[in-house]
Design a protein around this ligand. Structure first.
Ligand code: PMP
Length: 323
């Protein structure tokens, strides 16, 4: 779907996967005006196809657009694009448990121009790709590197938007984590470098017995849809939930005292991933026995059960996309 200042949203089309052609002066190539979303379509037991809270993705896409001075794609068009791609060809939605069709909506500026300003032309595109189970051969806890050298987002910056540049800027820290022998980066706040924000592409949860704590939305972390859903599901399971700041110091101390029992990360791609080991410039520690915790697995089962249609959808989170 295209947008320009004169016509607004226009020329929606569905077509075979193909290359896009761009003017070399297209503003996205110079100034990075690009945002995206990530959601999944799940095959239901009756053969129909549904998505998990796609309305929330549509809303977050608009919020990202506002931050980038881009036009907001109306939610109806966002949801219609998702329905259309499945209507054209739904064979790619897997039937196997834990598998899904990953949907990637994105938008960028196509106007040719070398001045730094909001563009007057944009293109919205949706592509899709089958996603296997994130963990082949069973769930494996990840190790994380607490990044104090690099930050992902600063107050007033773009951290709360699903903005392409946030991910480009994270690559060097991810490489550093790999050098340290870790799977993932954990981002800390930009000012004091001690408040835990999120993991690369996932939000974090800390389990203290029957209480779960997740970093509050300060404007520098992405408001994950899985995060907000798990706060509800945890409370449905009788756990108490809290959104507050948590420091790396508290993390290490509560782990040493045994008060902190589990840590996990969550997001659309990996659903829920246990965090087993932590490394930072001053040392390292293992969470619990380094395995997958009970609360983590219980929440994971509830969430995947809901998405694949095996658990009653009491919150009305599943949206049918195709019969
Ligand atoms: N944080 C970041 C930086 C992400 O890219 C994602 C993935 N969208 C998340 C958290 C998790 O968000 P969600 O649960 O909506 O997938």
């Amino acid at each position: 779907i295209r947008w320009n200042r004169e016509k607004g949203w226009h020329d929606a089309e569905v077509g075979p996967y193909s290359s896009l052609s761009l003017d070399p002066a297209a503003m996205v190539l110079h100034y990075g005006q690009a945002i995206f979303e990530g959601l999944k379509a799940y095959r239901q037991p009756d053969g129909s196809i549904a998505s998990f809270r796609p309305e929330a993705n549509a809303e977050r896409f608009r919020a990202s657009a506002r931050r980038m001075a881009m036009p907001e794609l109306p939610d109806e068009l966002f949801l219609e694009s998702v329905r259309q791609i499945l209507a054209v060809d739904s064979r790619w939605v897997p039937t196997a448990e834990e598998e899904s069709l990953y949907l990637r909506p994105f938008m960028f500026s196509t106007e040719a121009g070398l001045g730094v300003r909001p563009a007057s032309e944009y293109l919205y595109v949706l592509i899709a790709s089958p996603a296997g189970s994130y963990f082949s051969g069973g769930i494996r806890p990840v190790s994380v590197w607490l990044s104090t050298e690099y930050v992902r987002a600063a107050p007033g910056g773009t951290g709360a938007a699903k903005f392409a540049g946030n991910y480009a800027a994270s690559l060097v820290a991810q490489a550093q984590a790999a050098e340290k022998g870790c799977d993932q980066v954990v981002w800390l706040d930009a000012v004091e470098r001690r408040w835990v924000e999120e993991m690369g592409g996932m939000n974090l949860f800390f389990v203290f017995g029957d209480k779960v704590v997740t970093p509050e939305l300060t404007g520098t972390l992405l408001p994950g849809i899985t995060r907000s859903s798990l706060l509800q599901l945890a409370s449905d399971l009788g756990l108490s939930v809290e959104e507050r700041r948590i420091s790396t110091d508290e993390w290490e101390k509560a782990n040493a005292s045994g008060e902190l029992t589990e840590v996990f990360a969550c997001g659309t791609a990996a659903v829920i991933t246990p965090v087993g080991h932590v490394k930072h410039a001053g040392g390292e520690f293992t969470i619990g026995d380094g395995g997958s915790g009970e609360v983590t697995m219980k929440l994971r089962e509830r969430l995947t059960g809901l998405q694949h249609g095996h658990v009653a959808d009491t919150h009305g989170w599943m949206t049918k996309l195709l019969d």
